[in-house]
Design a protein around this ligand. Structure first.
Ligand code: SF4
Length: 363
């Protein structure tokens, strides 16, 4: 079944209006948490992408240019695409330096200082100064952004000072963009995509992209093809495909069915050979024992594999595809047909309402 077909089957009763219209409260300047109760610097916490990551939360919740369906920030969006000061730059820099000093004192490793606030980091008019201050402290800096302000030369210039930038690309068709990201009325998709492309062309650091799939919102074949073409043109160091794993703020938001995720993965991989799945929890028992099946499971969790590749992998250990039968029967591994090919993948979708407490990216 095609992606569109699978989506029709799952969502046909509500396809015309799959999600409620979203109302965007204005962003009142007065709504800012007090500096002494807002944790501007936190961690470090382990991150699959960034190692030990000391987080910077320099935007009050949830000032953002998007109102993504899957957002985990538990409050109403303060919709804005206009840059401004949220905290004085000296406050942010002071808190981050203080946390860095504490980590050094406690001999805690910090691989990255990551700007991952409860909103969109590039809305902060002081971002460039803050990034420079972290680098002056001798640490690598990462920014996780939705990319909506990269059409602005000042934002591109400031982000160029980061060592690593991860950009959200959930949609490249207008309809999917409006469904999954619910953008500020100030934004236009063409301009957003052009800004991201211009930034990617000149950025000297490590560039990641991330595409989050939501059932019925952006998992249709036209959008997946458009996203794959767009991301391939960016030529990122690492593209990721992700599914929601932590409970979103809004109810009724689900990852696509496993077979749809695998088909989206296979479709995007035609343009992005190094695509990885993100958001799949890696259980402790896999990849630790060194056994062939455990090692294979560890691979399948992030790289669904063609049947021929799985057979070749097993053959090296003197095993056949029948070695997977118990895992297939238990549902731990699934076999998914896509066009004329068969993929093997780990069971992908978690139960979102109690799902994994980590790995889910923001913004
Ligand atoms: S997921 Fe990120 S970009 Fe989307 S609304 Fe939440 S904070 Fe904004």
């Amino acid at each position: 079944m095609s992606l569109a077909g699978a989506r029709m089957r799952e969502h046909s009763p509500t396809l015309d209006q799959p999600f409620p219209h979203y109302r965007y409260p204005a962003a009142p300047v007065a709504f800012l948490p007090k500096e002494d109760v807002h944790p501007i610097a936190f961690g470090p916490i382990p991150s699959r992408r960034l190692g030990q990551s000391l987080g910077v939360n320099h935007i009050p919740p949830k000032h953002c240019s998007y109102a993504c369906l899957y957002c985990q920030v538990h409050c109403v969006t303060r919709m804005t695409a206009t840059r401004r000061e949220f905290f004085p730059a000296d406050t942010v820099i002071g808190r981050v330096r203080q946390r860095i000093d504490e980590c050094r004192h406690q001999l805690q490793a910090v691989d990255y200082v990551s700007f991952v606030p409860d909103g969109e980091p590039t809305l902060d008019v002081h971002l460039g100064r803050e990034l420079a201050a972290v680098r002056e402290a001798g640490l690598r800096v990462a920014v996780i952004t939705n990319g909506t302000l990269l059409w602005r030369p000042d934002v591109r210039r400031e982000l160029a000072g980061a060592d690593l930038v991860s950009i959200k690309v959930d949609a490249a068709t207008e309809a999917a963009w409006r469904r999954v990201n619910r953008p500020s009325p100030e934004l236009e998709l063409d301009r957003v995509l052009a800004g991201i492309a211009e930034f990617a062309r000149a950025f000297p650091g490590e560039l990641l992209t991330e595409t989050m799939l939501v059932a019925g919102a952006n998992d249709d074949e036209p959008n997946i093809r458009a996203v794959a073409d767009f991301v391939a043109a960016l030529d990122p160091d690492q593209p990721y495909l992700a599914i929601p794993t932590r409970p979103p703020f809004e109810t009724g938001v689900r990852p696509p069915a496993d077979d749809v995720v695998v088909r989206c993965y296979a479709l995007m991989r035609e343009r992005l050979p190094n695509l990885e799945l993100l958001g799949v929890e890696i259980p402790g028992e896999f990849g630790r024992t060194g056994s062939t099946l455990d090692d294979l499971m560890a691979i399948l969790l992030i790289h669904p594999m063609l049947e021929e590749a799985v057979a070749a992998y097993l053959q090296k250990a003197g095993l056949g595809l029948d070695a997977l039968e118990p895992l297939l029967a238990a549902g731990t591994v699934q076999r998914v047909a896509y066009r004329a090919q068969c993929f093997y993948a780990s069971r992908i979708s978690p139960v979102v309402a109690g799902g994994s407490p980590d790995l889910a990216p923001r913004p």
